[in-house]
Design a protein around this ligand. Structure first.
Ligand SMILES: Nc1ncnc2c1ncn2[C@@H]1O[C@H](COP(=O)(O)OP(=O)(O)O)[C@@H](O)[C@H]1O
Ligand SMILES: [Mg+2]
Length: 322
């Protein structure tokens, strides 16, 4: 069987995947790309490569993991290696602007968003919003830079204060605040381009507070704010979730080199849904999964095992034909 390679920069998030590989007796190798040395003249090994490098790498001291991974993926792709979540996916992972532009091409509604570089432009962007708005980082994960504002003045004060934290790529997003009548967001999980399940994440702990546990585990539903971490939010897998957006997400993923992802949306009072985050590095809530008797990491391991088996088969057929 061809080997499975897992490209990542956070070992903690890979632990449940290792367990799933072991259970299924699949052999794999980890490429931890926080730092590295790439010989451009080398030939990459044969195998299936699963990229799960996260936009929030810099918060773990791995400042250049996404840049280095982009280089490694370019090298792998130049040798026609089979990559799950390829360089197009990584480009989306590290830019919400790129995410929203790609989502819109597939008829998927996103919140009204302005991107600004420079304090002056952030304030000017806020002046163009009709109602309450939030700030967030273009390159984020973990709810970086997410704050809710009700006035331009409040935003101005914030950006002039020491509390203001610029995005690692210098781009701040000003985005319409979607008021959900019920305090939850929905995250839709896909493995191998197939719908796995949707999970409802309770946001009633307050928009400004970061449920630290979820930050650690899920990279999700995690607006920053207070010093004290409240209890982690409750995650519940929705039974029989079905929505026309699933098919749109699938087309969006297929066209952007994404095989495995969790996509988040909020529902407003009229029942309209707004998609606002694509996580090509996705993690799963173990409590919710054990209540539902499902396992995302097992689904990933199974999928990668199947991909590597197919790759091996096609290589064998090729060498027999040759
Ligand atoms: N436009 C919005 N309106 C209301 N809440 C939002 C909006 N965008 C984000 N949030 C809240 O902030 C959280 C973090 O935002 P998100 O865009 O997912 O950033 P990250 O990529 O850092 O996870 C979301 O899970 C949601 O609870
Ligand atoms: Mg998110």
């Amino acid at each position: 069987m061809s080997k499975i390679f897992v490209i990542h920069e956070n070992a903690t998030w890979v632990e449940p995947l290792r367990a799933a590989f072991d259970e299924l007796e699949l052999s794999y190798e980890e490429w931890f790309l926080s730092e590295g040395l790439l010989d451009l003249s080398a030939i990459p090994p044969e195998g299936v490569f699963y990229n799960r490098v996260s936009a929030s790498s810099h918060t773990r001291g791995h400042r250049y993991a996404p840049e280095y991974t982009a280089g490694v993926l370019a090298w792998l792709e130049s040798h026609d290696r089979h990559v799950i979540n390829d360089s197009r996916a990584l480009r989306l992972e590290v830019s919400k602007i790129a995410q929203y532009a790609a989502l819109k091409r597939h008829g998927i509604r996103t919140p009204r968003t302005l991107a600004a570089v420079g304090t002056q432009n952030i304030v000017e962007a806020a002046g163009k919003m009709d109602g309450p708005f939030i700030t967030k980082h273009n390159r984020a994960g973990k709810g970086l830079g997410v704050h809710l504002f009700h006035s331009v003045d409040a935003l101005r004060q914030h950006v002039d204060s020491a509390a203001f934290e610029p995005s690692i790529d210098g781009i701040t997003l000003i985005q319409e605040y979607i008021q959900a009548p019920e305090p939850f967001i929905t995250r839709v999980e896909f493995v191998g381009g197939r719908f796995l399940y949707a999970v409802r994440v309770d946001t009633s702990q307050g928009f400004e507070l970061c449920p630290a546990d979820a930050c650690r585990i899920g990279d999700l539903a995690c607006p920053v704010g207070g010093e004290t971490a409240p209890a982690a939010p409750r995650f519940d897998i929705i039974k029989g979730f079905d929505h026309p957006v699933i098919e749109r997400y699938q087309r969006f993923m297929a066209e952007n080199g994404i095989g495995i992802a969790g996509i988040e949306f909020i529902t407003d009072a009229r029942g309209e849904i707004y998609t606002y985050d694509v996580n090509t590095n996705t993690n799963y809530n173990s409590d919710a999964e054990s209540r539902a008797g499902l396992s995302g990491m097992r689904a990933i391991a199974t999928f990668l095992g199947e991909e590597s088996r197919q790759l091996e088969e096609s290589r064998r057929t090729f060498s027999v034909a040759a």
